[in-house]
Design a protein around this ligand. Structure first.
Ligand SMILES: [Zn+2]
Length: 393
């Protein structure tokens, strides 16, 4: 592992200084013969954390997909299962393309939900695992076994989820226990039984809004308490926390905080979103992700977590610099804390996973999200001027 000195660099926008990297970690002093990189006074931030995406299903690199999918969640789910066959989608290739794009944007860690269903079985998990191995050293990838098409509605899926977890998926996923599964008890009991059996954390997609979402969330909280899984459960999307009835939501915030249940927001324009300042005020760990990008669900997304910080700002009416910095914190240290990433940050001793960004201040870096000058993973350069050091397949 090479050693480096980053000269004339501004950690988190602080005055310019020199930072030393020795054997992949920040160090107090330079190693002899260290490579010197002039950072030109640019801001250094820790690696961007993509804490909610779907690596197995983007259509990157394929001809444009003409989207004529129906409006309901189930329309998108059923369409996708079919289209994966007609397009011959290879989760190994697609996940590599997607992860390389993420690296080019300054991402150093990804949590990816990966479909497990009775049609495609474990092909997605195997494909993303192959990419994870291939890109080791460039980016860390964490896999959530995700029953996208339901477990209660598709018998045999729970057994495949069990296999995925035995194969090495790190987390148990879940999806709308009421709206999608029509069986909240069955779905959540299965999710938490798998978590207990494998000793793995949980990250559940919860799109349900208002009272339906509150009900499911309370069922998730109850099971978290019953199994002593405080700190090991995350709820993705959590649109029901963006509901109009703030008094009810405030009680939920208290319960989430008390049981250290984390929230992962994707800050979409199309649904109510959890209000990140309220989550922050309650001490609820919050991370973020781009969700699926360029897939059969929708044509948008480019895997840029600096741009996602801007979306969080726009959806939450964050205008002050300290508020925009909160959005960036969610896309960096918030996600890192939820994913329990060891040695994250810019302090001495931390792993040198970091990004040189353009801008006078952190807020300007977020709103302009210009191409990243340099991206480092354990002190090695993984992208320059917005391009990953390896080519996508
Ligand atoms: Zn998702």
């Amino acid at each position: 592992m090479t050693s480096k000195t980053l000269k004339n660099v501004r950690p988190m926008g602080a005055p310019a200084t020199d930072l030393h990297i020795v054997e992949g970690r920040f160090s107090t002093a330079a190693a002899e013969g260290a490579e010197v990189i002039d950072c030109g006074g640019r801001i250094l931030i820790p690696g961007l954390i993509e804490a909610h995406t779907h690596l197995d299903k983007s259509l990157l690199g394929l001809p444009w997909y003409r989207n004529e999918v129906g409006p309901r969640l189930i329309d998108k789910i059923n369409n996708e299962r079919k289209v994966k066959v007609s397009l011959g989608l290879d989760p190994r290739v697609q996940s590599e393309r997607h992860a390389i794009l993420a690296i080019s944007k300054g991402c150093t860690h990804i949590r990816s939900h990966v479909d497990v269903d009775t049609h495609h079985r474990l092909a997605g998990v195997e494909g993303v695992m192959a990419t994870r191995e291939k890109l080791a050293g460039l980016i860390d990838i964490e896999i959530v076994a995700f029953p996208q098409s339901g477990m209660m509605t598709r018998p045999g899926t729970a057994e495949l989820m069990d296999e995925a977890l035995a194969m090495g998926a790190e987390l148990v996923g879940g999806i709308d226990p009421c709206g999608m599964e029509h069986d909240p008890k069955g779905h959540l009991d299965t999710v938490f039984a798998l978590a207990e059996k494998h000793g793995k954390p949980v990250d559940i997609h919860l799109h349900e809004q208002d009272a339906l979402g509150w009900f499911s969330m309370e069922e998730i909280i109850d099971r978290t308490v019953a199994l002593g899984m405080q700190g090991k459960v995350a709820i993705s999307h959590a649109f029901c926390l963006g509901a109009v009835d703030r008094a009810y939501v405030a009680r939920l915030h208290e319960k989430l905080a008390e049981n250290r249940i984390h929230i992962l927001t994707t800050a979409p324009a199309s649904a109510p979103v959890p209000l990140v300042k309220e989550l922050h005020a309650h001490g609820i760990l919050t991370g973020a992700g781009c969700d699926g990008i360029r897939d059969t669900w929708g044509p948008y997304g480019n895997s840029d977590m600096l741009e996602k910080a801007m979306h969080i700002g726009m959806r939450n009416n964050l205008r002050r610099d300290d508020e925009v910095e909160l959005a960036l914190e969610i896309c960096t240290s918030g996600g890192a804390a939820i994913m329990e990433i060891e040695g994250y940050g810019l302090d001495v001793g931390c792993r040198a996973d970091c990004v040189l960004v353009e801008g006078e201040t952190l807020a300007e870096a977020v709103v302009t999200h210009a191409p990243r000058k340099l991206v480092f993973k354990s002190g090695e350069i993984t992208a320059r001027d917005g391009t990953c050091v390896i080519e996508a397949p």
